[in-house]
Design a protein around this ligand. Structure first.
Ligand SMILES: [Zn+2]
Length: 214
């Protein structure tokens, strides 16, 4: 093979090292390097630049670190938002429980709690905006002073939430609570009876107020 000038070899060396040359050029370069120390050195130098790229290696590491940190940050952000959502949920749940759950007994007040007979049915009427709910018991026979009477119990309750709502409301509300058919009830008591313990109703009776009788 003809001796090729070192300048040509040096020109194509980077391409050769990048392995982007034709087979012919490759052979030519390799043939030349066998016999030319100067070009060999040049190739080694170039190769070191390519293979031992301290700079780019450091960059890689930096990029990796950056990527890692970014991922960590993303993970942390995800954790933080998950925790925030969870905490917000707990706070909402707690607020809900505190505002809505407590059933606060509304004491009897003859000015706003009345029993009315409408079309042979008995209703309790409550005038007030803070009502959250009511509890009524079907009439049942009860022995009282040697007499058997059909009595019914009821009471109304409020919650912090209904109190709050009432504060924001200007108009008073009128509530009708159905108690039962008028012919089945002799007496209506207002009191916080224990609906789940019928055997203690006599005791409940003591603490309740007779607010209507036939
Ligand atoms: Zn050469």
């Amino acid at each position: 093979m003809k001796k090729i000038s070192c300048n040509i070899i040096k020109d194509v060396l980077p391409l050769y090292l990048d392995d982007v040359v034709s087979e012919d050029t490759k052979n030519m370069v390799e043939e030349h390097l066998k016999s030319c120390e100067s070009c060999r050195k040049e190739a080694v130098l170039l190769n070191e630049d390519l293979i031992l790229p301290l700079g780019s290696g450091a960059q890689d590491a930096e990029i990796k670190t950056l990527k890692y940190l970014k991922k960590q940050f993303r993970n942390k952000k995800a954790v933080v938002s998950a925790v925030s959502v969870f905490l917000a949920f707990i706070i909402m749940l707690g607020t809900y429980a505190l505002l809505v759950t407590p059933k606060l007994f509304i004491p009897y007040d003859s000015t706003c709690i009345k029993v009315e007979k409408i079309d042979e049915k008995l209703y309790a009427r409550y005038i007030g905006s803070n009502l959250d709910g009511s509890v009524a018991r079907n009439s049942f026979p009860l022995e009282k002073d040697g007499e058997k009477k059909d009595v019914t119990f009821f009471y109304i309750y409020k919650s912090p939430w209904s109190e709050l709502r009432a504060l924001l409301q200007k108009d008073t509300e009128d509530h009708l609570i159905f108690l039962g058919n008028a012919d089945e009830i002799d007496e209506v008591y207002y009191g916080k009876f224990r609906i789940e313990r019928p055997e203690e109703l006599s005791a409940d009776l003591e603490e309740s107020e007779l607010i209507w009788k036939k």
